[in-house]
Design a protein around this ligand. Structure first.
Ligand code: SAM
Ligand code: SF4
Length: 363
């Protein structure tokens, strides 16, 4: 074992330099990091894994992020928006199966029509579950008024990844224009916090030209922003995107997976009681990826409950798992993988962020 790694962990002072040291050590030397993350998770979170049924509402997007398979300029995508009847069926599935929460995710549209569509879904989901269903949104950057409106209609949590907290890198993976403005994304995150959402952010790991310093800064960024939830995963290439050109400069998949797991473990140690999602992108990179994330410190899983006929069209990256599966298959798979990770599925619980609850008590 590496005594320097053990020393840093014992001291518990995670500044940028020390985080870079921890991120740069190999598998054997990283063992104390994973051991500590497991200890922290056991103490602050326990073995419960909370489930969020994921509804990929629409792949229509006004933005052109250079990494994303459903970006506006990818003309080979068959665009869809799920109608209210199918959305209701998916919500019903989550209620019947006692998932406790749903996530509604979509491409970014800022029209009044879209705002109204989401509002109707929120009202419906709240009514159908008599307020018992936790509702997370992940529908991109919106005006503060829209965030407020959706909060009133029943949304509790919002996930908006910063993707990278390094502004220079941000503009290497997004077009440098007003629609993809870095400051606006930051502003959206603070707007969400001031609207009273449990606020989540996250990044992609293994982006072209991303350094360990960038990743260490991302961890510090999340701590400074005092987030309640995090969803981060490896960057996975997609051949119909501009970033695919840089595929030869990427870290091998196994290293991207290892770094992702280490980032999850470090974030768990640094922010002990936040919710951390085990993301689908990990599964696309390696068999058992989500299970490994639960072991590393994650406590949230998002079984895909999007109606089967739409799944193939929400291809953010290659090899996205579950696109052929119906919702029922996903549930069985989730139960098995949670058990393999030594945890249990916390059916029927909303699984709110303890970090958020704690802040409410203190304020
Ligand atoms: N449109 C909203 C937004 O961008 O915030 C929400 C949906 S978007 C598809 C959800 C997340 O997918 C993004 O925040 C991004 O991190 C992730 N994503 C997109 N393309 C990806 C890729 N090629 N590899 C890994 N993650 C990707
Ligand atoms: Fe649209 Fe989100 Fe994909 Fe960017 S990441 S292109 S905003 S769906």
């Amino acid at each position: 074992m590496n005594s320097r790694v053990e020393h840093i962990i014992r001291e518990g002072r995670f500044d940028k330099e020390r985080l870079v040291e921890l991120l740069s050590c190999g598998a054997e030397d990283s063992k104390p990091i994973f051991l500590e993350a497991a200890k922290v998770k056991k103490k602050y979170i326990g073995d419960a894994v909370h489930l969020r049924g994921l509804i990929e509402l629409s792949n229509i997007c006004s933005k052109n992020c250079l990494y994303c398979g459903i970006r506006r300029d990818n003309k080979s995508v068959k665009r869809y928006s799920i109608g209210i009847n199918d959305v209701e069926k998916a919500i019903q599935f989550a209620i019947v199966n006692n998932f406790g929460s749903i996530v509604i995710q979509s491409g970014e549209i800022t029209s009044g029509l879209f705002a109204r569509q989401i509002e109707q879904i929120l009202i419906k989901a709240t009514c159908m579950s008599q307020g018992k269903l936790g509702i997370t949104l992940s529908c991109g950057e919106q005006s503060k008024a829209t965030y407020e409106r959706w909060k009133i209609a029943g949304a509790h949590r919002y996930l908006l990844r910063i993707e990278s907290s390094n502004k220079k890198l941000y503009y290497k993976i997004h077009p440098n224009n007003q629609a993809h403005n870095f400051e606006n994304r930051l502003q959206s995150l603070t707007d969400l916090q001031s609207c009273g959402y449990q606020t989540g952010t996250g990044i992609m790991i293994g982006l072209p030209e991303q350094s360990l310093e960038d990743l260490a800064n991302d961890l510090c960024f999340m701590r400074e922003l005092d987030i309640d939830m995090c969803g981060m995963g490896p960057y996975v290439e997609h051949e119909q995107t501009p970033l695919y050109m840089l595929r030869k400069h990427l870290l091998p998949k196994s290293e991207r997976v290892f770094l992702t797991l280490k980032m999850i473990a470090l974030l768990r140690i640094m922010m002990k009681d936040i919710n951390i999602a085990s993301t689908t992108a990990l599964q696309a990179m390696v068999d058992g990826g989500r299970e490994k994330a639960l072991r590393a410190g994650a406590n949230i899983l998002m079984p895909n409950i999007t109606p089967g006929c739409f799944r193939d069209d929400y291809a953010l990256y290659q090899n996205k798992p579950g696109t052929q599966e119906e919702a029922e298959d996903s549930k069985i798979n989730m139960d098995a993988l949670i058990k393999r990770a030594g945890c249990y599925p916390a059916y029927g619980e909303k699984g709110n962020s303890q970090h958020f609850a704690q802040r409410q008590i203190l304020s």
